[in-house]
Every structure is written in structure tokens, then in C-alpha cells.
Design a protein around this ligand. Structure first.
Ligand code: SF4
Length: 182
């Protein structure tokens, strides 16, 4: 039955507690992986063994902890967010190779806050070491991209096999490197 329901509607029903029999969840990390490497997301969705010390797996967290004084994230359903003192949502851009994945992760947080909690916030994409900050607003266009990505994630994680490996600048540091290149 779930095949005919828009994954966005399924996700929203899950977030509101109305889809116990047929839940669909997307975390911020899933949104990031989807934009970094779809194959990586597929592996992660199968909960394959990964090395938690691998910088690819903790690439966002490490920067966050050191640069922002180890602030605790606030969990809201499927997402865990950090808020700046002025109420904006902050996401740390871990490296120049992962700007777009981090931007879409942040966009997903803004979308989730708006659609699930009715809370409108702007976001800040920060690179602490470079002292750069980019403001991200949830425009209609960005919200549409988030919803397209949710549908794409749904299609990907329900595939029986992963998409083929395509070399990325961060493959060497990826937890799944050996599954792709050895
Ligand atoms: S090693 Fe490269 S292609 Fe393979 S999952 Fe990781 S990022 Fe993707």
C-alpha cells in the first residue's frame, strides 16, 4: 500500500505519530549522504558495519564539537539540531568538498521544523575554521528540492542493490571504501 503514498506524506505522518504501521524516516545524516554519495547512503541504510572512528562517518560531528564548545543538539523527532542564540539553526560545513550536502542537510532541518512543528527559522551554514557563515532561508524552491530529495531517498533505500560506485574526492576517507574499491 505504501508504494502509492507520496514518501513526503509518509514522512510527515510518521513525524506526527500517524504511521505506526508504515513509518518512513529521514535523518539529517541521510539527507547529507544522499547529496554526497547515494551509494554511501544505501550502505548506511542497511546498517552495514562501519568504523565510528572513521573521519567520513564523524566528519560533521568532530568539527562541531571543537568549534562550538560541544553544545548539545536538540532532538526533535527525526532531526537533531543546534540553535544559535538568536534562534537560527546552525549546521557546520565540514569541508569544501561537502558544502552542498551540508547545505541540504540544513535545508532539511528548516523544512522539518516548518512542516512538522510549524516553526519558521533561518539557518546558518558555518565553517568555523575559516570563520565563514552563509545564511540559508527555506524558500519555496529550496523546500521543493528537499521534498524531491526525500522522494529520492525513499526510492534509493528501497532498492535491492546499491548504485554503482563513482569515485568522489572523499572516497579515501569513506567508511565504505573497501566495499567500492578493493
Ligand atoms: S567509497 Fe566513494 S563511492 Fe564508495 S560509498 Fe564511499 S564515497 Fe561512495
Amino acid at each position: 500500500m505504501s508504494e502509492s503514498i507520496d514518501p513526503v506524506d509518509r514522512l510527515l505522518a510518521t513525524a506526527r505519530g500517524d504511521a505506526a504501521a508504515d513509518p518512513f524516516r529521514v535523518t539529517g545524516v541521510m539527507m547529507q549522504y544522499y547529496h554526497a554519495c547515494e551509494r554511501e547512503l544505501w550502505f548506511a541504510s542497511r546498517q552495514l558495519e562501519i568504523d565510528r572512528e572513521n573521519p567520513a562517518v564523524v566528519r560533521g560531528t568532530r568539527v562541531d564539537e571543537t568549534a562550538y564548545g560541544g553544545r548539545e543538539s536538540k532532538q526533535l523527532g527525526m532531526i537533531a539540531i543546534d540553535l544559535l542564540e538568536d534562534g537560527r539553526v546552525v549546521e557546520v560545513k565540514p569541508s569544501s568538498k561537502l558544502v552542498e550536502p551540508a547545505r541540504m542537510q540544513l535545508a532539511y532541518y528548516l523544512w522539518y521544523l516548518d512542516r512538522v512543528a510549524g516553526v519558521q527559522r533561518d539557518g546558518v551554514l558555518a565553517h568555523p575554521r575559516e570563520r565563514e557563515r552563509e545564511t540559508v532561508e527555506l524558500t519555496d524552491d529550496l523546500a521543493e528540492r528537499v521534498e524531491d530529495a526525500i522522494r529520492g531517498i525513499h526510492d534509493l533505500v528501497t532498492e535491492e542493490s546499491p548504485p554503482p560506485a563513482e569515485e568522489k574526492p572523499f572516497c579515501e576517507a569513506c567508511a565504505y571504501h573497501d566495499f567500492c574499491w578493493c
